[in-house]
Design a protein around this ligand. Structure first.
Ligand SMILES: NC(=O)c1ccc[n+]([C@@H]2O[C@H](COP(=O)([O-])OP(=O)(O)OC[C@H]3O[C@@H](n4cnc5c(N)ncnc54)[C@H](OP(=O)(O)O)[C@@H]3O)[C@@H](O)[C@H]2O)c1
Length: 329
């Protein structure tokens, strides 16, 4: 049986990675923290506590588990209270993990790192060219910088059998950030970043997870792919799809950029005092103000044969069904 370890298995994407592993008859080890929510983990997954913050302890934990065929390193922070936590968790803990694997002689056949399109930053707003792996990365958020540093570290280790995925915005059942927009539309409001058209891309969570397994099961090694559903949507189309599936009208509310910036920066600071991480923060502002979130998908299609099962219309319909069933909406 193929043995796989998934870090951050208690989170949104991690739960789906574990589920897909079970569906594929893998022996799944769900790497969590003592405080992780285990509610969405499949029962047949082995739950293992991994201490990414402490390399020596992590080495003992990994040595006890033995070598895995595959590892998906998905744990990471997309928002945090302390700015330094982006680098600490996304970059330093990835270093700990990779070094601990090397030092305990438990490097797997393939180690898939869940990076982000943010590691490259948004695309050129004038040419509207999609971001490509051959471009020079230009992350403009602390989050993006930390993901890029982790990618670069992994790549710098000779012969380390890494694969990297760089997903664009990931949505699906249980997701909590895009969900805020759905809630707002449900309350008849459609906020927008000014009147500028934004070129957005998305990937439905089960499609992203399928890409990960396609990559692990492929012949490729030491390679990275951007991941989106291959389509491009503007912000008004996105809102129209949400309104259609919620069956709600909503008042279009273009908010001036300077106001969004002020609110984001203020919330970030004030929530930081109380140890809370706001959905709207400095990094999110930079992500939201960007107008070109297009990324290349040809390599994904040609090399891994990936075709998205969900476009935004189908994916949002599924999400709304789930949010309603679970009484989130
Ligand atoms: N969502 C997106 O749109 C998106 C897009 C591109 C890339 N990504 C990447 O996808 C990965 C998963 O993100 P997600 O959206 O599923 O976020 P999430 O729901 O917040 O899950 C993050 C996971 O990482 C774990 N984690 C966070 N800090 C940790 C720490 N200090 N030590 C150990 N584990 C820690 C969390 O553990 P707990 O369960 O204990 O909280 C959680 O399981 C991240 O690496 C993120 O950068 C996400």
């Amino acid at each position: 049986m193929t043995k796989i370890l998934v870090t951050g298995a208690g989170g949104f994407i991690g739960g789906f990675i574990a589920e897909e592993g079970i569906r594929r008859n893998y022996e799944v080890y769900a790497g969590v923290r003592a405080s992780s929510n285990l509610r969405y983990l499949p029962e047949s997954a082995h739950t293992v506590v991994l201490t990414l913050s402490d390399k020596e302890r992590l080495k003992r934990e990994l040595a006890a588990l033995g070598r895995f065929d595959y590892i998906i390193h998905n744990a990471g922070v997309t928002k945090c209270n302390k700015k330094t936590d982006f680098d600490l968790v996304n970059h330093q803990y990835t270093r700990h993990f990779v070094e601990a694997l090397t030092e305990t002689d438990t490097v797997p056949k393939k180690f898939l790192y869940v990076s982000s399109m943010a590691a490259y930053g948004s695309g050129n707003p004038k040419t509207l060219e999609p971001v490509k792996s051959s471009d020079t990365p230009r992350p403009d958020t602390l989050y993006g910088i930390s993901k890029l540093k982790a990618e670069e570290f992994i790549r710098s280790i000779p012969d380390f059998p890494y694969l990297t995925v760089r997903p664009t915005g990931v949505y699906g059942p249980r997701e909590k950030d895009y969900f805020v927009f759905l809630q707002t539309v449900n309350r008849h409001m459609e906020p927008a970043m000014g009147l500028r058209k934004q070129h957005l891309t998305f990937i439905y969570v089960t499609d992203l997870v399928r890409v990960m397994y396609l990559a692990l099961e492929s012949e490729y090694i030491r390679k990275a792919w951007f991941v989106s559903d291959g389509k491009e949507y503007d912000n008004r189309e996105y809102a129209a799809i949400v309104k259609k599936h919620l069956d709600k009208w909503a008042l279009f509310l273009p908010v001036p950029l300077f106001l969004v910036k002020t609110v984001s920066y203020t919330l970030d600071t004030v929530c930081g005092w109380f140890g809370v991480s706001p959905t709207l923060n400095r990094d999110k502002y930079k992500i939201m103000r960007a107008t070109n979130w297009k990324c290349e998908t040809e390599p994904l299609q040609k090399e891994l044969g990936f075709v998205a099962e969900y476009d935004l219309d189908k994916g949002i319909e599924e999400c709304i069904k789930w949010y309603k069933k679970e009484k989130w909406l």
